[in-house]
Write a protein that binds this ligand. Sequence first.
Ligand code: SME
Length: 152
Amino acid sequence: MDSNKKEKRYIRIITQIEELIKKTSDPLARMSTIIAILHHKFNYFFWTGFYRLVDEELTVCCYQRSVACLVLEKQKGVCWAAINKKKTLVIPNVKKFPGHIACDSRSASEIVIPVWCDDKIVAVLDVDSKDLNSFDNIDAKYLEQIAKKIYG
Ligand code: SME
């Protein structure tokens, strides 16, 4: 997707998300709404969802598309790596990421964004694409802004 078009679309989406989530401070309602919007606005978003970090376990929360792994194996894969590194990870080719957890074998690239509540990571936003190299620093920048709104 053309960078300029992508950036403009994110800016419009953020306005839409802000309008909707101000109706409640409930984080699950906000997360579900964010997923519903994101998943339908970008055709390269093949799987879009949140995993919540509760009691040292990553358990799937709201998501769209194919059935996910309900609980991710501890300290393995991209989601745990993003939590341990405390930063967004953009993975151009998941097959080259050691320990990648493939809930759907069609996934080819991925981005994972930590969700913070105060000074703690409480969830991750995870998006998979069927194509290689789908995500870049524009996705990272705006998805981080969106993730900050959940507890903002
Ligand atoms: N690929 C992730 C697992 C979650 S699925 O992409 C839905 C990982 O390696 O942590």
